[in-house]
Design a protein around this ligand. Structure first.
Ligand SMILES: C[S@@+](CC[C@H](N)C(=O)[O-])C[C@H]1O[C@@H](n2cnc3c(N)ncnc32)[C@H](O)[C@@H]1O
Length: 503
């Protein structure tokens, strides 16, 4: 039995494990997801991985055709001496492929440099576009093996060592996450989630994305840190952070309040003088859990912030304190990776936020188009990771009378390439979790947190799920692009399964 990469040791490939993962998955794995989805669907993360825009390290493959024992490779330098000789296989081999070339990475590109110096091939790592700088040269594909002989060996040889390295690398990344441990479990096969994924602790603002002017951030000034004697934020009367919180209609106990509430509903005044509902249970068994009104109504949650006088122990600070529960990313039988919690969750308990790159609407459109394979109609695979921050957009995407925001103004969170563990949460038509809008700056209508809370008591190790179509009118849901073919078979297994995840 030959080693998996006959011209590399796995150790040599440590700094480009992503490519090893891509390579060993490609010929061997029949995707359980792909087999259940339309053939034109875009790539899947763990079974048909896309290339990272900036791989960890340059790769250089040298090939000398005289004999397979003379093949050599490194995963270090940016450029190497061109090899000599001609391909043994020539026309027999399938294209695209590169023989007798040096592949090197420079400035985000893999460059294939053939023996004749005038011919250069450039393959763009980001979108796999292969361009020929000089006409009449073979196309470059850095993932093709140089010879049929090597391909044959590689598809039959053992990959255990490489798989262990890949898993170890992913686990090392998980260990760096703050908060209780997040682990990885796979009892189905030997795969590991794609290494072209980066775990992040906070969303990343990309070009063109701006948070509201810091001057708009206002902290509550009348609440106090000691939280006693009805002056904590949970008593709501004085807390300015709760200005836009849900009105507590049970406390409209004077005619004046009722009249003011009616004026507020008619948009003739604000709700600042009306009693508000506090979002979290402030004591008892369910302390810090979302109250049932917010669980159902999905009114935005406004937490206190750094400028508030209530201090860090304020009961209106839950999501900002981060994840407090241990999680496990695990391989499902038929829906790729999923997420579960290693301890029981109470109804309303905060799990974690959904993070990612915050991008403009135009950039989200561009990414969806870029991910769309030729002739494909469905862009749902990309959409699976995109959430529009559209809570404050008007009805049907039109400008909202209060915020002025229309759908094209709102930002989108893309968690495909960088996110947190919640990016692995699968869809269910009968979910046990829901996603809520949580804001620390009530005047920033474009940037806020997307936070997952348990929608009911959830036993330890039950898979966490949410409904990808859970947007009632103004609510954030997974982004759906007009014109996309949105019917994707749902495999949630719920008794009330709608049959499709979208559409
Ligand atoms: C946000 S990702 C969830 C993590 C994903 N399973 C993974 O392995 O990366 C969404 C993708 O998971 C798969 N998926 C999630 N829920 C599903 C369901 N109920 N039925 C079928 N596929 C599902 C689909 O491929 C979907 O595009």
């Amino acid at each position: 039995m030959y080693p998996p990469f006959s011209w590399h040791s796995v150790n040599e490939l440590r700094d480009c494990l992503y490519y090893v993962q891509k390579y060993i998955l490609k010929p061997r794995c029949a995707s359980p997801i792909a087999s259940n989805e339309p053939s034109r669907k875009r790539k899947q993360r763990e079974d048909d991985l896309s290339k990272p825009s900036s791989p960890a390290a340059p790769i250089s493959l040298h090939y000398n055709s005289r004999s397979s024992s003379e093949l050599s490779a490194t995963s270090t330098g940016s450029s190497s001496t061109p090899a000599t000789g001609t391909s043994r296989l020539g026309k027999e081999s399938r294209e695209p492929s590169v023989y007798n070339v040096v592949l090197s990475k420079r400035e985000g590109y893999i460059t294939a440099k053939p023996v004749r110096r005038s011919n250069y091939l450039v393959t763009n790592c980001a979108d796999n576009v292969v361009q020929s700088v000089d006409a009449g040269v073979v196309r470059a594909d850095v993932f093709s093996l140089p010879t049929q002989d090597m391909k044959d060996r590689a598809t039959t040889s053992c990959t255990t060592q490489a798989e262990k390295q890949i898993q170890a690398e992913f686990l090392a990344r998980l260990r760096k996450l703050s908060g209780p441990k997040t682990t990885l479990v796979n009892t189905i096969d030997n795969t590991t989630p794609a290494l072209d994924f980066t775990f992040i602790e906070n969303s990343v603002h990309t070009e063109g994305v701006k948070a509201a002017d810091p001057g708009t951030l206002i902290g509550c000034q009348q609440c106090r840190a000691d939280m006693g004697q009805n002056i904590g934020c949970e008593y709501t009367r004085k807390c300015e952070c709760l200005e836009f919180a849900a009105v507590d209609t049970a406390r409209l106990n004077t005619q004046e309040l009722v009249t003011r509430y009616k004026r507020f509903l008619a948009k003739k005044c604000g709700s600042e003088d009306l009693p508000k509902r506090f979002p979290y249970h402030s004591s008892g068994h369910r302390a810090h859990c979302l109250v049932s009104f917010y669980l159902e109504a999905r009114h935005p949650i406004y937490e206190c912030n750094d400028l508030c006088r209530c201090g860090p122990r304020c009961k209106n600070r839950v999501v900002q304190k981060g994840r407090r529960v241990g999680l496990e990313i695990f391989k499902t039988k038929n829906r790729g990776w999923g997420l579960r919690c290693v301890e029981p969750l109470k109804e309303g308990q905060f799990i974690d936020t959904y993070r990612g790159e915050i991008i403009t609407c135009a950039e989200a459109d561009r990414r969806e188009e870029a991910n769309r394979p030729e002739e494909a109609i469905s862009n749902i695979s990309k959409a699976s990771y995109m959430f529009a921050l559209d809570k404050h957009v008007g009805v049907d995407g039109q400008p909202d009378p209060d915020t002025g925001l229309s759908i094209s103004d709102c930002y989108v969170v893309d968690g495909e390439k960088m996110s947190g563990p919640t990016r692995f949460i699968n869809h269910s038509c009968e979910p046990n979790c829901r996603q809520y809008t949580v804001s620390y700056n009530k005047y920033d209508f474009r940037i806020y947190e997307l936070a997952f809370f348990a929608y009911r008591d959830i036993p330890a190790f039950e898979e966490l799920t949410f409904d990808y179509q859970d947007h009632d009118g103004d609510d954030a849901g997974m982004r759906q692009k007009e014109g996309a073919s949105t019917k994707v078979e749902c495999l949630c297994g719920a008794s009330k399964c709608r049959g499709t995840m979208w559409g």
